[in-house]
Design a protein around this ligand. Structure first.
Ligand code: PLP
Length: 395
């Protein structure tokens, strides 16, 4: 037998292993130093009380014969899909419950969606990129083309009319750059997708961090229902990284190659996926209740206060950055033309602060560094005080 040889084409990503390795070596050699980690990509605050209560109640229901639930439906319980539909309506976007597919997180569907497209499709990703889009498509043998996100375009890559793509991954607010597309920019992508008969796979995992007047969903922009699928997640919205729940939205009218995309996706899900557990779906429903929104937004505000501390520091130091305002990520251009790894070592050794070197997310990340706002507030302030001192000494 032969294995899937496309796996040979995967590029080993040593980024996080290398970050951990350098950090551990430094910590072992300097046990007296307090290292502050600003590279964390996971949430740190606990679940909202109303969410925990809903999950406990659902667990009780599972223990009684009258309220016990077996397999959930493939697309998710109606109560959750209705709650998600109501959430979209709260920011002016109309998505009906039967266009929503509940899942165990956005990562799964961002990769799994490839099952319904041919392996000869060309995939466009922006560079730097969330690696899941690249790796899952390499596994399927698809050709990948890159649209550069650079300082010049504000880290919002735009389409090149001379390049054809069938599948387009966009992530806004972006991981890793923190940049977010405006409605006008998304309209340009939508027009490009329609011209190419392409489908946009829109990852809105960080939409809850948007505070400026920017689209929270691609479906807020005209034409998107004819060319886009949206992925969203409760991971960063409501601290669900350990709970596992997200959702995919496929407009009913989305068709390609004579097929209805929503129907194909339902067919795929019913063959390979048995749904999300009842207690988790009840917990997710609680996120969208008025109390749930109030409590989860308080956590997001906490992270955003951290982000503000980081962006103020970069402004004081004259370091250019994107993100922070509509995103938990702050993407900086390393000072003194330092390379990503050079600045990583500098921060580790001089300030005992760990961030993530940008070049690990793609070649356009060279000379950049990603900070996250998920550390605790006091550590964030201390890390920025240290950085102010050591970077000022560079000048
Ligand atoms: N999409 C982006 C851009 C992410 O950064 C992440 C997680 O870091 C995900 C999707 C995955 O989300 P989930 O936890 O819902 O699988």
């Amino acid at each position: 037998m032969n294995i899937n040889r496309n796996f040979d084409n995967l590029i080993e990503n040593y980024l996080f292993a290398e970050v951990a390795d350098r950090t551990e070596k430094y910590a072992a050699a300097h046990p007296d130093k307090k290292i502050i980690r600003m590279g964390i990509g996971d949430v740190t605050l606990p679940l909202a009380p109303v969410v925990v209560e809903a999950m406990k109640n659902a667990a009780d229901e599972m223990g009684h014969i009258d309220t016990f639930k077996g397999y959930p439906s493939y697309e998710g319980y109606a109560f959750l899909r209705e709650a998600i539909s109501g959430y979209y309506a709260s920011f002016g976007v109309s998505v009906s419950p039967d266009e929503i597919f509940v899942n165990d997180g956005a990562k799964s569907d961002c990769g799994n969606i490839g099952d319904i497209f041919s392996s000869d499709c060309t995939v466009l990703v922006t560079d730097p990129v969330y690696p899941v889009y690249v790796d899952t498509n390499i596994m399927s043998g698809r050709k990948i083309v890159y649209a550069p996100s650079t300082k010049e375009n504000g880290f919002c890559a735009m389409p090149d009319k001379n390049v054809h793509a069938d599948i387009i991954y966009l992530c806004s607010p972006n991981n890793p750059t923190g940049a977010a597309y405006s409605a006008d920019q998304l309209k340009i992508w939508i027009d490009y997708a329609l011209e190419n008969d392409a489908v946009i796979l829109y990852d809105a995992a960080y939409e809850a961090f948007i505070s400026d007047d920017l689209p929270r969903s691609i479906f807020a922009v005209e034409g998107a229902r004819k060319c886009a699928i949206e992925f969203c997640s409760l991971s960063k919205t409501a601290g669900f990284t350990g709970m596992r729940c997200g959702y995919t939205v496929i407009p009913k009218e989305l068709e390609r190659d004579g097929h209805n995309i929503g129907k194909l996706w339902y067919r795929r899900q019913s063959s390979k996926f048995n749904g999300v557990s009842y207690p988790v779906q009840r917990a997710a429903e609680a996120v969208f209740s008025p109390e749930g929104q109030h409590q989860t937004k308080a956590n997001i505000e906490y992270y955003k206060r951290n982000a503000a501390v980081i962006t103020e520091t970069m402004e004081n130091l004259g370091i250019s950055y994107t993100g922070g305002k509509n995103s938990p990520y702050i993407w900086i251009t390393c000072p003194n033309n330092m390379g990503s790894w050079e600045f990583f070592d500098f921060l580790l050794e001089k300030a005992n602060v760990v961030a993530t070197p940008g070049e690990g997310f793609g070649s356009c990340g060279k000379g950049c560094m990603r900070f996250t706002s998920f550390a605790d507030h006091e550590s964030t302030i201390e890390a920025m005080e240290r950085i102010k001192k050591v970077v000022a000494e560079l000048a």
